[in-house]
Every structure is written in C-alpha cells, then in structure tokens.
Design a protein around this ligand. Sequence first.
Ligand code: UD1
Ligand code: CA
Length: 455
Amino acid sequence: MGKRNAIILAAGKGTRMRSKLYKVLHQVCGKTMVDHVLTQLEKAKIDTIITVVGFGAETVKDALGHRTRYALQKQQLGTGHAVMQTEDLLGNEDGETIVVSGDTPLFTADTFEKLFAYHEQRHAAVTILTSVAPDPTDYGRIIRNDVGIVERIVEEKDATVQEKAIKEVNTGVYCFDNKKLFAALKKINNDNHQGEYYLTDVIGILKQEGEIVTAYKMADFDESMGVNDRIALAKANRVMRERINKHWMQEGVSMIDPATTYIDADVKLGKDTVLEGDVVLKGHTTIGDDCYISAGSRIVDSTIHDGVKVTSSTLEEAEMHNGSDIGPNSHLRPEAEIGENVHIGNFCEVKKAYIGAGTKVGHLTYIGNATLGKNINVGCGVVFVNYDGTNKHHTNVGDHAFIGSNSNLVAPVNIAKDSFIAAGSTITDSTAQYDMAIARARQTNKKDYAKKLPW
Ligand code: UD1
Ligand code: CA
C-alpha cells in the first residue's frame, strides 16, 4: 500500500450562493464546510492533505491554519485545472489520492476509508464515489455501458435528455492512482458547455486508455450532497443536525424535540442531560451530566458543569459550576463565572465577574467587573456601577454580605464580608466587617399634606 494523499477543492467563488463570503466558508452546524471535510479526512489517516485555494485564499487559509498544505489556483478554470495546481507538491508521489470538494460537508471518515479499501482491492486507476440522487439535477451523471461498467461522467449542462434521466450521480469524490491522475490531467481540455477543465473528464480518458475504472456506490445520498446554494445549505444543516442529535441521544442525552434542537458540531454533552426544544448550543460549548436546558436558551462557547439548570437564558463565553441555576430571561456575558449552587434568577446580567458558591442573585440585577464571595444575598434591582464613562472599575463583595434591594455599588469599592448594605443605598465608600451601610436621604412625613395636592 502506497501513501495516501487527499486534495480538497476549495478555490471556487460559489456564485450560486450569492454571498460576500466564499462558498466553502459557509457554516454547517457552526463549522465551515471545508473544515468539516478536513476534519473527516484527518480522521481517515491520510499522509498528506492539500487544499486548493483561490477565491478568498487568505481567508480560507486563516480558517484552516496548518492542518493542511495549500496550492493556489489563481484563475478558476475548472475542477480539473484546480487539481493540476497540486502537481508541484504531489505529482511525483506513488500511492493513492482522494479528491474531495470543499462544498460537500457531510461525508464521513468511514466513507473515505471504504472508498480507499474498495479502490485498493480492485487495483483500479480510479474509483468514483457515486450515489443515487432522488433529484439528480446539477450533478454529473455516471454513464455505464450495457453490462454496467463505468465509462465516463457527463455534467448536467453537457448531458442529453436520456443522460439527464440517470439518477446515479458523481459525488465529486474520487480515489485515484496518483501518477495516473496527473498523467491523465495533461490530456483534458475545456471543450464543453462551461468552457472549463473538468476533473470528471479524467475518468473517460483513463477508461479509453484501458485502465481499470470502477465506482463505489454509497447507500446514503444525503451524506454525499453538494452545497451550491442557500437551499442546499439549509438542507445540509438539517441533515448534520439530525446526525449530531442522534449521536447525543445515543450517548444518553434526552431531547424533548430533536427537530428544534440546534447543536453545533463541536459541542459536548454529558449523560442524563435534558434539552427542551428551541435550544441552541453553539461553538465550543460543553455541558456536563444531569443538566436541564429549557426552551429559549442560547448557549455560545460556554462551559456548564453538572446538575446545572438553564431556563430560557443566553450565555456567551461563560462558565457555570455544579448545581447552579439561571433564568428565566437572564444573560451571562463573556468571563462570567458562576460558582457551585449559585442561584441567578430572572432579568439579571453578569459580565466579567466571579460569583462564589451559594450566592443568590434573584432579580433584575447587573453585575459587571466584580468578584463576589460565598453565600451573599444580592437583593432585587442591584446595580454594580462599573463604568465612569471612560474606564471600567472593579467591585469586591466578601462572603456572607447582604446587598439590599435597589442599591448601587459605585466601583471601585470593597464590600467587606458580613457587612450589610441597606436597601436603596448608593455606596461609594468601602465597608468593614459587620458594618451596616446606609446611604440614602431620610424620609419625612408631612402631616395632612396630601389633602393639598391636586389629586
Ligand atoms: C462537481 C462535479 C460534478 C459533481 C458535483 C458533486 C465537475 C466538473 N463536476 O460539480 O460532476 O456531481 O461536483 O458535488 O467536477 N473548484 C475549484 N476550482 C475551480 C472550480 C471549482 O477549486 O476552478 C472547487 C469549488 O470551490 C468546489 C468544488 O471545486 O468546492 C466543486 O466545484 P463546483 O463548481 O461546486 O462543481 P459542481 O458544479 O458542484
Ligand atoms: Ca458543488
């Protein structure tokens, strides 16, 4: 067995997407399409992976980094021309080369492995990965002879009416004998409807030269689907979502309504966690065991430990420790860290703050740029006044402090442990342990004055 190489074609603009963003950078379940392809190739134990970039080359390179080598296709003259750009890097190698498009995000490593195995067993010059499309429009069709042997691929735009009726399609994935691929590429031309150098023409050339040309027909069309427009992008998201949700249910996560549960590809979930419908889990979010995430929650790039309850709330780059809960309708912003068994109730916002174990923040409160200790009670409507119009300042609150309702803590300020802030206070001076701070105008009651008022 020779070396295994892979080429990802990702130089096209993707005109049919009608987008400012290059096609292969559109996301499926939170990950770019080309990253999905690369991730699966990485799993398939391949020696060298080369990505052909062109439109948006720098952006695509930034997205994939050093996980792949790159070849530049300056002008997009077709898929065959794209593969030719890798000749300097690959042309002299023995072994097999798999070619995959960057716009087919659903392929799995398992399918790539099966394709390699099928190809190697038959000592073929090329094995085309094919599938049967319910609607083959826009795909290249597989032309077989009377006894079912593959002869060539014909593109939709070059196909006759009879050829268009064929439902077996080219998935855009092939396994080639590497040297034979580069030899045949020298013989293709752009004499076709689109005026492009088609990679698919290599198949007919190898066949005419008497080489072994085979096709491995995969069972699942959905896995092979190519994304050329937004309609296909939405479908790919649905198929990927179903795959991700099925995986997590098999791993012990309950979903009340998987059809409306949106989990990105890199999210991780623990056992006996329950997700209601209309839940969105994005980016590099991790959720532990025994959590309950209710409808209307959106959690982005956050870490949630075990036994946490999130009710209709939004979390971004935040962390919640064991047994804590939040919501309904609260918001954790970047660098909010919520300790064990902390209760955050409704209409609260926490940003860049640590809240120690057992602290309660029940209602209508803003906490920003702060460190709170353990077992503190934060009343209703408390504001951590952290911004003076130019700079942000920090507030510390010690263990077992009591912050009365409707108080403002004007930073920088230190509220000592066991100190007590009376309701309605605007606190600008730090307190000592066991102080009670009260900072509000005294009330006066004016006898019978209400009778003089116009109401
Ligand atoms: C291609 C195949 C078609 C197959 C389908 C499967 C050809 C000629 N046609 O058609 O048989 O059924 O994929 O999804 O190969 N690209 C470049 N440089 C170029 C042109 C394209 O890198 O000059 C890249 C694109 O970025 C894309 C991939 O190659 O990732 C496929 O190109 P695309 O234009 O989408 O081909 P299809 O029309 O889908
Ligand atoms: Ca395509």
